[in-house]
Design a protein around this ligand. Structure first.
Ligand code: PEP
Length: 252
């Protein structure tokens, strides 16, 4: 399995930020892992052009469950693909919180992504209150059960475990806490997907940075990272890609 370093630029990045892509490709021309950036929709097409012929893939941050139609302000999986995207992040906690996205809606969006030929990166994770009250595995199990689309395979599904309280806060779970949830997700994928489950990449996300990446990548069933803030600067994202490449070499 090729590990995956994915960056989520969220609502950041004007066209001037494409210089970070140039710098990233100069620093990581041929990483030993997969490398993906998910910029705002306005930057997908120019970033795809900048990344053409390189190891960098480009993705969206959301898509509509329907293929086309009267949905002002939304974007379909087909439009993402047409712009040059190969992946789409779905069910990020910021969308679940800001837009009231349910597991059923995430599953419908993921089905649309798969039908279009995009790889769906489905995000799950508990809030701080849920962790403090011992509900982490219940919440993550429920999200996995409700958000996976039919027809998912190791080739078109990635799961990102992102504890909500670790996103953008500089706080991370302990290594045993990460290990526990990733092993749990692998087991739940096994129940849902059978023989496909061992090949599904499970990313950790939440305050990954160059200083903690190597330790996190050493955890069993951590097959890469979904990185927010530290993906905006090529120097930081490149260091995370380098740490994941080293983990890939170690796992080979
Ligand atoms: C994210 O938004 O997916 C994320 C993990 O953010 P950060 O790395 O900034 O915590």
């Amino acid at each position: 399995m090729k590990k995956l370093a994915a960056g989520n630029w969220k609502m950041n990045g004007s066209s001037a930020a494409l210089s970070e892509v140039t710098a990233l490709l100069a620093a990581q021309p041929a990483p030993n892992c997969e490398m993906l950036l998910c910029p705002p929709a306005t930057l997908i097409a120019p970033m795809a052009v900048a990344a053409r012929g390189s190891a960098l893939r480009v993705g969206g941050q959301d898509c509509h469950p329907e293929a086309a139609g009267a949905h002002t302000g939304d974007i379909s999986a087909a439009l993402l693909k047409d712009a040059g995207a190969s992946h789409v992040i779905l069910g990020h906690s910021e969308r679940r919180a800001d837009h009231g996205e349910t597991d059923a809606l995430v599953a419908a969006k993921a089905a649309a992504a798969l039908a279009t030929g995009l790889t769906a990166i489905i995000c799950v994770g508990e809030t701080e209150a849920e962790r403090d009250s011992g509900q982490t595995l219940d919440v993550v199990g429920r999200q996995i059960a409700g958000s996976l689309p039919a027809g998912a395979t190791a080739g078109n599904l990635v799961v990102a475990y992102e504890p909500v309280w670790a996103i953008g806060t500089g706080r991370t779970p302990t290594i045993p806490q990460i290990a526990e949830v990733h092993a749990f997700i692998r087991a739940r994928l096994g129940a849902a997907m059978g023989a496909e489950a061992p090949g599904v990449r499970i990313l950790y996300g939440g305050s990954v940075k160059p200083s903690n990446a190597a330790e996190i990548f050493g955890v069993a069933h951590v097959d890469g990272a979904l990185v927010g803030g530290a993906s905006l600067k090529a120097v930081d994202f490149s260091a995370i890609v380098a740490a994941l490449s080293a983990a890939q070499t170690g796992a080979a």
